[in-house]
Structures are given as structure tokens and as C-alpha cells.
Ligand binder design. Sequence first.
Ligand code: ATP
Length: 297
Amino acid sequence: MDRIVMKKPAKINLGLDIKGIRDNGYHDVKMVMQTVSICDELVLRKLDEDTVIMKTNVCFVPTDDRNLVVRAIKMLKEEFNIKSGVRADLKKVIPVSAGMAGGSTDAAGALQAMNELFALGLSKEELKERGVKLGADIPFCIEGNTALSEGIGEVLTVLPKPPHAKLLVIKPKCSVSTKWVYEEYDRLVKEKGFDNLYHPDIDKIVDALKNNDLSALCTQMGNTLEEVTIKRHPIIKELKDKMTKLGAIKALMSGSGPTVFGVFNEDADLNKAKEYFKDFKGIDEPFICEFLNEDEE
Ligand code: ATP
């Protein structure tokens, strides 16, 4: 095999809480992660010359060692002493710096593709162990579907998929650095005290999934990082409020933001909301997607 094509989905957070901050600055998280039906496409090819080349369709995404795909390829090339070169072509569809784990899912795809292309024989667990060294969300991006993510993101528990619903996803034009959001969160903890910040009840989100109860799920969904990102980018709150007015049963920021997604029961409300946001200033074009649970299809 000389070439492999991977479709790697984005994620949203149905719940995101921080349980503590470690001495080394890492955060202990408790998150409910969900893959959604918007995917980047990654093609890996073997090259004769011992080099790693990357190309992408988005001009502002780096294609050198700053790209997680290049780092993932080099990591396995080095460990397994692979002398063949690799070319990676990445077609980005997932919004960048959006809180949808775009870079992490690409890196997960690169690890999985390298494993197949060079018949490395790594198990899913072994791929995840390597992935977490590059980024905390990468183990989930290897696992996919619905999962509880704890530790710094490496402790995963598979969860039942959510009930069917449609999502309207909107990315404000601003970009948010995950590092900045976590640093600001630490500042907020010092200023207000950990217990005085909003913490979603992740166990109740898990219960709602186990009970296949969309209404309870939406009631419990929450993100402790919203306060930080909304303070800097009030458009996030504006989008959430407007989506709710337009019929979303829940509207929430994903990850460290700034992307907002609305959960809709009714197609008519969903389409009306999408239409409304077409002329909204300061956002990229809204898109519709769904929860993606591949094993069960
Ligand atoms: P997360 O939800 O995990 O916080 P994100 O959606 O906020 O991720 P990414 O889209 O992964 O953020 O991009 C964050 C930064 O990482 C970008 O500024 C980009 O320069 C860099 N980056 C590295 N590799 C990639 C990649 N494969 N795709 C997109 N960005 C990448």
C-alpha cells in the first residue's frame, strides 16, 4: 500500500468542566466529547526520498513542524526508524482555532494512517499513548464517537451515543488560542475562587446519555470555559441567545471556543435559524451537522 485516505471528524463538547490545576500547569478535565459529521480529509503517500512534505488548502495553517500532522508523522518515523519519506495532503473543512479539535483530529488521522501505511501493528491504545504526547484531545480523536474524557484527556470512558438531533454550528470570525483561555481561567480561579465559578454537572450529562433523554441532556450541558471566552468575545453570548430564541433547545460554546452550536429538534426551526444567521455580521457561514457515531451505523 502506497497511499491512504482518512476522513477525520471534528468534535464538540457536550460538557466541559475543570476539576483542578496540576503543579505543572496542566488541567484535570472532566468532559463529554462527541464527534460530529464535519470532516477534514487527509491523504498520506509514501515517498522514495527520506523527507516529510505537507500541503494544505488553508493558507494560514502551517505546514512545517508546527503542524500536528507533521509532528505525528515524524514521531512514528523516528520511533520505527522508517526510511521512506511521507507526503501529507490535508483538505481542511473543520474551522481552525475554533474549539472543534481540528488539529488534534488531523494528528489522530496521521497516526492511524502511518500505522496502516507502514504496517506498524500498533493497537488503538498504543496509538492513544503516543497521541497524548502531542495533544490532550488526540486520544479522543482516535477513539471517536461519544466519550467521557478525564485526567488531562487521556482517561477515556466510552458512553452511549446521544439521541438524534441536528446541530447548527457557527464560528465567529475571531480566533481563540486554547493556551490563552486556560491561562485566563487560572487567573479567574485566583480572583473568584474555584467554587465560585460555574461548573456543569458532568455526571448528570452522563446519566442523560444513559437514559437516552435529549431534553435532560440539553438541560445539563454546560462549559466552564464560557465565562472566560465570552468576556473577550461577547458575540458568543449574542449567538447563544439568538439561537435559543430561534428554537434551539440548547446553545453552547464548544471547547475553548469561540464556536457555538445549537441543538435543534425541529428541521423548520433549524433552517429558519440558518437563514437568519446568513446575514449576521462577524461570523463565518453557518453550517448544519449531526452527532456522528460510526460504529452504530
Ligand atoms: P482544540 O479544540 O483542540 O482546542 P482548536 O479547534 O481550537 O483545537 P486547531 O484548529 O486545532 O484549534 O488549531 C489551533 C492552532 O494549531 C492553529 O493556530 C494552527 O496554526 C495550529 N495547527 C497545527 N496543526 C494544525 C492542523 N492540522 N490543522 C489546523 N491547525 C493546526
